[in-house]
Write a protein that binds this ligand. Structure first.
Ligand code: BEZ
Length: 189
């Protein structure tokens, strides 16, 4: 799979017949909402967990020194809570460009807090993408994040804003919190 997945995403789903589409955000889409939306509601997806296992060549790192950002990893029995946005299909033009570094869009069932279910799109960087880094100990990930920076800013800002955004949603994600725990002393030493 190429580094730039925006052209693939345009081909993946024909959204032209949809008036609006639900989009599930589990990472930067929680705190960086630079797109118009019609409605937003906390939601979760089943069988997935967020992991800082994806390299970032274009936002929080560079091709020479990739940062570490989120993707979703299939984890039976786990639930990933995030924010769902109902958007006009033309918003994906912007998002496909923003999330072009290895992410593909997939339709998945979303469940809202009141139990209502809808189909929605989610961006996932699968293991076969060229920027995938894979697992590492949370202390190692924290050091990597502390040392990384790209055109969108410091990698540590991504982690800290995400952790704050999740707390506002009432979510304490153990993987994110462990990295934050190791990261904070590195930033202020
Ligand atoms: C998200 O917040 O859902 C997201 C994270 C990484 C890439 C694309 C989307």
């Amino acid at each position: 799979m190429p580094h730039d997945t925006s052209a693939i995403n345009k081909q993946r789903q024909d959204l032209s017949q949809h008036q609006s589409v639900w989009l599930f955000g589990y990472g930067s889409l929680i705190y960086k909402v630079d797109f118009p939306f019609l409605e937003r509601r906390p939601a979760y997806i089943e069988g997935w967990s967020r992991r800082f296992w994806q390299g970032s060549h274009d936002h929080r790192g560079t091709p020479e020194r990739p940062g570490r950002v989120l993707t979703l990893i299939e984890t039976p029995g786990e639930r990933c809570t995030g924010m769902a946005y109902r958007v006009s299909p033309d918003v994906f033009e912007h998002l496909d460009h923003r999330e072009k570094n290895g992410y593909l869009r997939f339709f998945t069932p979303l469940t809202f807090a009141d139990g209502e279910q809808q189909q929605g799109l989610v961006y996932i960087a699968t293991e076969d993408n060229a920027a995938f880094l894979g697992p590492a100990d949370e202390a190692v990930i924290a050091k990597h994040i502390a040392e990384s920076e790209g055109p969108s800013g410091k990698n540590s800002e991504y982690l800290l804003k995400l952790a704050d955004g999740l707390r506002e949603l009432g979510v304490i994600d153990p993987h994110v919190e462990k990295i934050r725990h190791h990261l904070l002393p590195l930033l202020f030493s």
